[in-house]
Design a protein around this ligand. Structure first.
Ligand code: SAH
Ligand code: DHB
Ligand code: MG
Length: 229
């Protein structure tokens, strides 16, 4: 088989982006402000943002939970998929990131349907469970990789039949194929992928996400419990 170069992958990503995920003032401003503040540029790609938006729309999501806000780039895509009375709750450990995201979401006109909860994700999720928060229709996991297995377990407790669960960075340029990845994050994600594959409450697949490097998005749906299938 012919090798796929990084250049070709990038060109394909750009071909799709230029037709299907053109950016706009709010997305540009979010990235500009994030860069100016020195945040790492590890947000989802425009095509992946569009994919998150479409999945949220297909799920007719009214309540979305995001774990890992950064500067609010993926939050803008997800919040735009909500009806006007919908809610995106997004969890971020770093106050600086949360402040920036709050400002970018406001400039995008999305303050009314977004809530940023600041703190370590597992604590915040346990607090939501304790408060009896209504279940979410879509949960996007994108924070620290060693936390993923725990976030999945907590996400299931904040779900109902049909809830869509997504997680970013599940391929890590193929590092997850190694039995013992040298990189701790890749090793953590490999454990997450195994937990996901073994999780009987979910039906799942991993979707390669191609840019200049290959990463991936896991896509899962919570099974209908009563039917047992
Ligand atoms: N979803 C964002 C990118 C998130 S990057 C986007 O695509 O635009 C990961 C974020 O998770 C960072 O902002 C980091 O500060 C945050 N994070 C890391 N560990 C965390 C934890 N334990 N709890 C909550 N947030 C955490
Ligand atoms: C990286 C990318 C991400 O999307 C993320 O959530 C964390 C790290 C990275 O490329 O290093
Ligand atoms: Mg990510």
């Amino acid at each position: 088989m012919e090798k796929v170069s990084a250049e070709l992958m990038e060109s394909i990503d750009w071909y799709i982006e230029s037709m299907f995920a053109p950016d706009d003032a709010a997305l540009q401003e979010c990235l500009r402000a994030s860069e100016e503040a020195g945040l790492p540029a590890i947000q989802v790609s425009p095509n992946q943002g569009k994919l998150l938006y479409l999945i949220a729309k297909m799920a007719r999501a009214q309540r979305i939970l995001e774990i890992g806000t950064l500067g609010g780039y993926s939050a803008i895509w997800l919040a735009r998929a909500l009806p006007a009375d919908g809610t995106l709750v997004t969890i971020e450990r770093e106050a600086k990131h949360a402040d920036l995201a709050r400002s970018s979401l406001a400039k995008a006109g999305l303050s009314g349907r977004t809530e940023i909860l600041v703190g370590p994700a597992a604590n915040v999720m346990r607090q939501l469970i304790g408060e009896g928060a209504p279940p979410f229709d879509l949960i996007f996991i994108d924070a620290d990789k060693p936390g993923y297995v725990e976030y999945l377990e907590l996400a299931l407790r904040l779900s109902k039949d049909g809830t869509v669960v997504l997680a970013d960075n599940v391929i890590r340029h193929g590092e997850v194929l190694q039995e013992n990845p040298a990189d701790a994050n890749a090793a953590a994600v490999r454990r997450f992928n195994a937990a996901l594959a073994a999780e009987t409450r979910l039906e799942s697949v991993l979707l390669p996400i191609v840019r200049s490097r290959v990463d991936g998005l896991s896509v899962s749906v919570v099974k209908h419990q009563a039917a047992g299938n």
